[in-house]
Design a protein around this ligand. Structure first.
Ligand code: PGA
Ligand code: ZN
Length: 443
């Protein structure tokens, strides 16, 4: 049983306040979770509650939230059973009840996800089960055909732009994905070796080697082609083969941040990349050219979150060549994913627990996507902590893909290190060749 709920203000990797949740149990144990925070958020994400007191952290403090939510949650949750897997859905439902809005606007999505993550940790501890195994069990309860836990391919974000850097590069993330390398440890090694080589490649070309929010380099390149050319050069210089049989590239343009929306809220957008303006179909042409020239296997948020029709077009045009993944478009929300399935908008979904507010809803979202035959990738946020929840989530749902930033900086490597720990401590499958659904489509 829960004996107390205690929330605390701590710092995230950007130096902004965030929440730590401590769930105290009558067994004497305490389960803890730290809450991450995004910078390029989708507008339909669960609401992140902050104090708004301009005298502290420019209004971003959470001491007031911690105190009031801690008191409200203690009143409501003390005495709640929390020992078995079956206790988790009712607990998450209680959080939604207590909140009473569709998007945690009252309790705060940051409060809810912290409690929900701590709760599943408490149950895993109680059952003496690794977290990834409990997650796998909970997901399979939702599916007709069970999925196996597997170690994912890390997607290392080594060049940062968009809202994560101030370098004038429109696309937010250039990731390297060692799809063609067997064994997790060797994939991690490839990521780190290429990262270090890229530093040298950038320096050789007289670029700055300062870092963006996710630990990738943030050189003052403006054209995505330039970033991709440098990246391919670094992959080769590090001794790897660019492409699906070696190290492929995944993009997250995060197009919300360079879309200029029409006056109609759900109307089409115009996109501005390096001072060139594109209509959606022209932007899709541009992506096609990039796919022709570079070993890109996945494109996340290639279009604005309101541009549903353009998403149908990109899936139609490029969906048999690359993974078309929605992040801001779907915000880990089953309703939005279902709409994406109905309208054939994507073939993949990015999974971020704090976008939706509870672990149960996160697993619901995965189940909906899997039933439609979609792939999924688990993701950190640009504002992170040392919490490693997403590593266990990626293993447990067997999606085969995790993005957690560069292979550098403690809050990013914590997740990759947790994967290495799972690989070391368990016999979780590390399949190679990768299951067909993870092979670049059309290759
Ligand atoms: P965020 O970005 O964590 O800043 O929202 C990550 C992403 O867009 O994938
Ligand atoms: Zn994204």
């Amino acid at each position: 049983q829960i004996s107390d709920v205690e929330l605390q203000e701590i710092l995230d990797s950007r130096g902004n306040p965030t929440l730590r949740v401590n769930l105290h149990l009558d067994t004497g144990l305490t389960a803890t979770a730290d809450v991450p925070s995004g910078a390029s958020t989708g507008s339909e994400e669960a609401v992140e509650r902050r104090d708004g007191d301009p005298a502290r952290y420019q209004g971003r403090g959470v001491v007031g939230v911690a105190a009031s939510a801690g008191a409200a949650l203690s009143r409501r949750l003390v005495g709640t059973r929390l020992g078995a897997a079956e206790d988790l859905r009712p607990l998450d439902d209680q959080l939604r009840d207590l909140d009473g809005t569709p998007n945690f606007a009252s309790l705060g999505g940051n409060v809810a996800i912290g409690v929900s993550m701590a709760a599943i940790r408490a149950v895993a501890d109680n059952l003496r089960t690794p977290l990834w195994q409990l997650i796998n069990w909970l997901l399979n309860e939702r599916l007709e055909r069970p999925v196996q836990p597997i170690l994912p391919v890390p997607h290392f974000n080594v060049i940062n732009g968009g809202a994560h850097a101030s370098n004038g590069l429109a696309f937010q993330e250039f990731m390297i994905a060692p799809l063609g390398i067997s064994r997790l440890a060797d994939r991690v090694r490839a990521g780190a070796e290429i990262y270090h080589t890229l530093r040298q490649t950038l320096a050789d070309h007289q670029y700055d080697v300062g870092l963006g929010d996710e630990g990738g380099f943030a050189p003052a390149v403006h054209r995505p082609e330039t970033a991709l050319t440098l990246l391919v050069e670094a992959i080769k210089a590090a001794g790897y083969e660019p492409g699906p049989d070696g190290v492929a590239i995944a993009l997250d343009p995060a197009a919300n941040s360079f879309a200029q929306r029409s006056t109609m809220p759900s109307g089409p957008a115009t996109y501005v990349v390096d001072n060139t303006s594109y209509e959606a179909d022209e932007l899709i042409d541009y992506y096609e050219q990039l796919i022709d020239q570079f070993p890109i296997w996945s494109i996340e948020d290639g279009l604005d979150e309101n541009d549903w029709d353009a998403w149908s077009l990109i899936l139609h045009r490029l969906g048999d060549r690359v993974q078309i993944m929605g992040d801001d478009l779907f915000v880990t929300n089953t309703g939005r994913i279902r709409r994406g399935i109905r309208q054939s908008c994507a073939n993949s979904v990015l999974i971020k627990p704090n976008q939706v507010g509870t672990v149960s809803q996160t697993l619901d979202a995965v189940a909906v996507a899997y039933r439609a035959g979609w792939t999924a990738m688990v993701s950190h946020r640009s504002g992170e902590t040392a919490d490693t929840f997403v590593a266990d989530l990626a293993v447990g749902i067997g999606c085969g893909q995790l993005k957690s930033g560069a292979p550098a900086r403690g809050e990013r490597t914590a997740k990759y290190n947790r994967l290495l720990e799972i690989a070391h401590d368990s016999d979780v499958a590390d399949p190679y060749p990768l299951p067909g659904r993870l092979r670049p489509i059309g290759v």
